[in-house]
Design a protein around this ligand. Sequence first.
Ligand SMILES: NC(=O)c1ccc[n+]([C@@H]2O[C@H](COP(=O)([O-])OP(=O)(O)OC[C@H]3O[C@@H](n4cnc5c(N)ncnc54)[C@H](O)[C@@H]3O)[C@@H](O)[C@H]2O)c1
Length: 429
Amino acid sequence: MGESGRRVAVFGAGYVGLVTGACFAELGHRVVVRDVVAEKIDALRRGDVPIYEPGLDDLLARNRDRLSFTIDVDEAIDGAEFVYVAVGTPPTYSGDADLSAVWTVIDELPRVDHRVVVCMKSTVPVGTGEKVRHRLDARGLEHVGYVSNPEFTAEGTAVRDFMEPDRIVVGAFEAADGDAAAALHGGIDAPVVRCDVASAEMIKLAANAALMTRISFINEIANVCEATGADVVRVAEGIGWDRRIGKNFLRAGIGFGGSCFPKDSLALKQLAASSGYHFQVLNAVIEVNELQKRRVIGKLKQLVGSLRGRRVALLGLAFKPNTDDTREAPAFVLAGRLLAEGADVVAWDPIASADGLHGVVQVATVEEALDGADAAVLVTEWPQLAEVDWSSVGARMRSRVLVDGRNMLDPEAMRAAGFTYDAIGRAAR
Ligand SMILES: NC(=O)c1ccc[n+]([C@@H]2O[C@H](COP(=O)([O-])OP(=O)(O)OC[C@H]3O[C@@H](n4cnc5c(N)ncnc54)[C@H](O)[C@@H]3O)[C@@H](O)[C@H]2O)c1
């Protein structure tokens, strides 16, 4: 792109901000990434990447000439034509999205004399753009444009998802700002959905809600399968071939986690409720997910009896493979429940850390985790777990009991390896 490169400031050097910055640089733009955490910026300047996201290190290294990092707002904004907001929007105690970091960015935008378009990447409630517009106008920044350009990347595949998205959504107040934000993605081959700001905000929330609904749906089908002798893996395959349904997001398991689904479902629920609407389906989706995480405890009790004094190995801490993110990870809920039942909990994960999980011992290998264990739970479907020689590692356990929370392993092979094996929605034989 070279000459046509635009100047982009990205606020937030987290999972979304770093991928956004690196990918825009890859597209030929000059990018300044700003964060408030000085250590992160220092690390990035040294060439260290503070998060684990496949392909991100290479992309940052390859585009070093077009990327810089700063904690200074003025330095970030200097000459910028676009200001991408990619700060966190975690839940508050009420379940609403906490927009304080977003407001900080908006309020600290310095006066600029040229046209700048603020592009919202953070996931925000419907109506946020309208409020930002008022706040900018109140500061006399009418010439600063505003666009909602929500992010649909998934951790673990974020770089590919950004460069090869299913669609790009651009919601704008002014058509020219929408045109500019859409053009910034030049080089990416994807449909562009142009709409108003509120609809763009809702597209993000609705997309997540649709995916979560499929997960809770298949998990409930799994629970009925267990009670009736059917196998949810075959059932999902059978319904997935139906073009009206499709195969994605039909893997039964111990429930969704991560930094987005749980908080975004709560935020949409609260948004609906505050607008006077009781979103029944979403409430059920959330409740099913909470119960699903806890069902593993019931399975373990059925298999080994009381958990008091039992050593239980958690295989996987990250909320899904290929990320180090443990925000709202099912492993954390499970660990808390197991400790409350009096179990000794030992955990293995190739990347994610058990920091914050008091009372859990983290070990470096699957073998160590299984040493002397009374039971194991496969929590995260890390590919490494498919390579384990279960009949030999089983010998290290006090009893060969495994609950496969992701239906990852072959039930027949596990039983042949001497395991009492249970999974999700696959009637135990
Ligand atoms: N993680 C994902 O895969 C994903 C996907 C789609 C959308 N989102 C949304 O994107 C947003 C960011 O998510 P994330 O996972 O990248 O969060 P994150 O916590 O990894 O990163 C947020 C970063 O913003 C920084 N920050 C806070 N205040 C700042 C300020 N005033 N100026 C500059 N930086 C500031 C923080 O220090 C942090 O590094 C959230 O709204 C999230 O819901 C995330």
